[in-house]
Write a protein that binds this ligand. Structure first.
Ligand SMILES: N[C@H](CCC[C@H](N)C(=O)O)C(=O)O
Length: 328
């Protein structure tokens, strides 16, 4: 039997699969099939999730594990900020270490345990990097620009300015008022740029943001490979950086920025060293369920309610209590 976890960061929900517990790791094709099955609210357990986080051995120095991110549509992403906080907690509890690195597709990222956000709400800080703006890293095309930073792009949406950066997964960001943010445009643009389109052929996470005040923003995201999520950690990080670069009077480097989202709130801290930006993303790492499952069912992508033993932790109640106390 193998223990899976159901976890979330700001209500961005995942299953964690630690492949080092398996007799035989899943093939990439099996991982994709498992992600599709488990994240689906009909075929999956516990109403599905936004993706699966796969933990593997890392042979890099001072790195306690490797994280791979499989979206609900089975596409693999280079990073997941909310997910990395939950993997950091999983590895911290597995090893007894509270500050270490986790290998991700393009970088070994520093993670550390933070003091609880509230009673029963463990929190972790994770490094978000590398950060790139140029087309080679995103890639966007056919927009007539080498980079998008507070740029009018009528091809995407008239009357809005856009920024686009890779952290390292690709993000498109626009700041607007509350009504626009809550309107239909985010879903329409998100669906358009993650289907067949001339501008973001590999898709892009689309973030609409409202500026609430000094070092305070609200971000709503349509995620590549998923659709609407309660929060997107890399999206909130990228949006925080775009906030400071485009509204330097309100968004500050080296100071905590409160980023509210439909699933709760996280903090980001922006850094620049030797001309490179990197972002600290600090937020909850909540474990809601432990799931006992036979390894064969993972290989067969048949992790269904009748075939597993689920035990619920008491952490969601603590998280709900925390949410009731925060005010955007
Ligand atoms: N959908 C994203 C991956 C998950 C990112 C998000 N859940 C986060 O917390 O950063 C992509 O395809 O780039």
């Amino acid at each position: 039997m193998v223990t899976l976890l159901k976890v979330h960061g700001s209500m961005n929900q995942f299953f964690i699969l630690d492949q080092t517990l398996l007799d035989q790791p899943l093939t990439d094709d099996e991982l994709k099939k498992l992600a599709m099955q488990m994240t689906n609210s009909t075929t999956g357990i516990l109403n599905g999730a936004d993706g699966i986080l796969v933990v593997d051995q890392s042979d890099h120095p001072d790195v306690l594990g490797k994280m791979r991110v499989i979206n609900a549509d089975s596409s693999e992403a280079s990073m997941c900020g909310n997910g990395l906080r939950t993997v950091a907690r999983y590895l911290a509890e597995k090893t007894g270490r509270n500050s270490f690195k986790v290998e991700t597709m393009y970088a070994d990222l520093q993670v550390r345990q933070e003091s609880d956000f509230a009673t029963g709400v463990p929190a972790f800080a994770v490094e978000i990097s590398p950060v790139k703006f140029d087309k080679t890293a995103l890639p966007f095309d056919n927009l007539g620009h080498e980079r998008l930073l507070d740029t009018w792009v009528p091809e995407l949406a008239p009357g809005l300015k856009f920024s686009s950066l890779a952290v390292p997964n690709p993000h498109l960001i626009s700041f607007m008022d509350h009504d626009q943010l809550m309107g239909d445009l985010l879903g329409e643009l998100g669906a358009r740029l993650n289907g067949e389109n001339p501008y973001y052929p590999d898709g892009v996470n689309v973030n609409f943001a409202e500026i609430l005040g000094s070092n305070r923003i609200f971000v709503k995201t349509f995620e590549r490979g998923v659709g609407f999520t309660n929060a997107c950690g890399t999206g909130m990080s990228a949006t925080s950086l775009a906030f400071a670069l485009t509204h330097p009077d309100l968004g500050k480097f080296e100071e905590p920025i409160s980023v509210f989202n439909p699933g709760g709130m996280v903090k980001t801290i922006l850094h620049e060293s030797q001309g490179q930006y990197w972002i600290e993303l600090i937020g909850n790492a909540t474990e809601t369920h432990q799931i006992q499952v036979d390894e064969a069912l993972l290989h067969q992508a048949k992790v269904t309610t009748g075939q597993v033993t689920i035990s619920e932790t008491n952490e969601q109640a603590a998280y709900d209590q925390f949410i009731s106390t925060i005010k955007p």
